[in-house]
Design a protein around this ligand. Structure first.
Ligand code: KG4
Ligand code: ZN
Length: 374
């Protein structure tokens, strides 16, 4: 079976062809995976501008899909189903992909299957690594989300934790803007951090809300199964602390630094120290919370997906923690970590394998529960 995946939830126009292999250990193969990134267009605004994003999707979608078919050496007749992101995301952007997917499905007389964007991120782990040990605790960490899902059987995801304020990637982007490092912030902070000392700036460790502040509840599994999200992350306090420390050092925080140079209130080395210290706190909090929850839930593996999983320290520290705890850690390659359509095709295949397809009247939704795709 050949599935065309389409993803337009934010600022990447993406299409991919994923096919089934018949091999139970590695059931899916990526035949093509095309992403047209709008990052350059949004950079001058310091973040994604929704109206500009949806207009750019309209310009790019046809060419991106044609290229995905071409790279896969497939024609439209070879496509058995179309999977598309229904949400969460920017509604104007989602509608471009959804309209295209529905039109193609109607023309081809083939099924369309709506996919939750984070189900796509979770399935990127399985797309890359095949059938990993279950139950698996998967951290989805991106510009819009920082959530923990327990995958107890293929395609069944229960939310066990999430951020109660900013997503980790959002914190990276905000701090990068303050430091004059541009958008998106993650890659540049990651790079600058390599030149800095991670204990140079005293930043607070994020604290959590439940009664005992840091320990996870003993009955996490049962309460998570009942729909409670308990393993919380928090990153907005960290950003506030960065603002306060920058103010104390004479940085104009309303505009941010211009471009780091030794002529400004912070030297290039100071900025690198900020990056390293910030990155340490974010990564420690992600790794600690994920492994605590994995232990509490009896997970047999840990997966990490989403744009922030490209982070070099998160990759290194989670692998080391996994080794220390005897828990295998699975992270997709970078092109499957950031937004892409191969993961959407994979999540679509999961639903198709259960016999699920979507009727043609579903809408794009800015927020959507993971089990709620049409
Ligand atoms: O998954 P993604 O491509 O899009 C969303 O669904 O949000 O994630 C984008 C986020 C951005 O916030 C970006 O700054 C962050 O991923 N990111 C990183 C790195 N590369 C991308 N964060 C930390 N370190 C990186 N190397
Ligand atoms: Zn994403």
């Amino acid at each position: 079976m050949n599935v065309l995946g389409i993803e337009t939830s934010c600022d990447e126009t993406a299409a991919a062809v994923v096919s089934t292999t018949g091999d139970p250990a590695r059931p899916w193969r990526i035949d093509s995976n095309i992403v047209a990134s709008q990052a350059e267009i949004h950079r001058e605004w310091g973040g994604v501008v929704p109206e500009i994003a949806s207009r750019q999707h309209v310009r790019d979608i046809c060419g991106v899909v044609e290229r995905a078919l071409g790279d896969a050496a497939k024609s439209w007749e070879d496509i058995d189903a179309i999977a598309v992101t229904q949400g969460p995301g920017l509604v104007g952007s989602l509608l471009v992909g959804i309209s295209y997917a529905k039109a193609a499905a109607a023309t081809l007389q083939k099924p369309v299957v709506a996919v939750h964007h984070l189900a796509g991120h979770i399935e990127s782990v399985f797309l890359e690594h095949g059938n990993i040990p279950l139950p698996s605790l998967v951290l989805v960490v991106s510009g819009g989300h920082t959530s923990l899902y327990l995958v107890s059987e293929p395609g069944r995801y229960s939310l066990v934790g999430r951020t109660r304020d900013d997503a980790a990637g959002e914190a990276y982007d905000k701090v990068a803007r303050l430091l004059g490092l541009g958008y998106p912030g993650g890659p540049v902070i990651d790079k600058m951090a390599k030149e800095g000392r991670d204990d140079a700036v005293d930043l607070p460790r994020p604290r959590f809300t439940h009664r005992d502040r840091n320990a996870l509840p003993a009955d996490l599994a049962a309460r998570a199964a009942a729909g409670e999200s308990l393993a919380e992350f928090s990153f907005s306090g960290l950003k506030t602390a960065v603002v306060r420390i920058l103010q104390e050092r004479g940085v104009p925080v309303s505009t941010g630094l211009a471009v780091p140079s030794d002529a400004g209130p912070l030297s290039r080395q100071d900025v690198a120290d900020f990056c390293a210290s910030f990155q340490r706190v974010v990564v420690e909090s992600l790794v600690d919370r994920t492994f605590e929850a994995a232990a509490r839930l009896g997970a047999k593996s840990v997966g990490i997906a989403g744009g922030v999983s490209a982070n070099s320290r998160l990759r290194r520290d989670s692998a080391a923690r996994g080794d220390a705890e005897g828990l295998p850690v699975f992270i997709p390659r970078l092109s499957l970590s950031t937004d892409n359509a191969a993961m959407i095709a994979a999540a679509g295949l999961r639903r198709l394998e259960r016999g699920e397809t979507s009727s043609m009247d579903f809408n794009g939704l800015a927020s959507l529960d993971i089990g709620g795709a049409a």
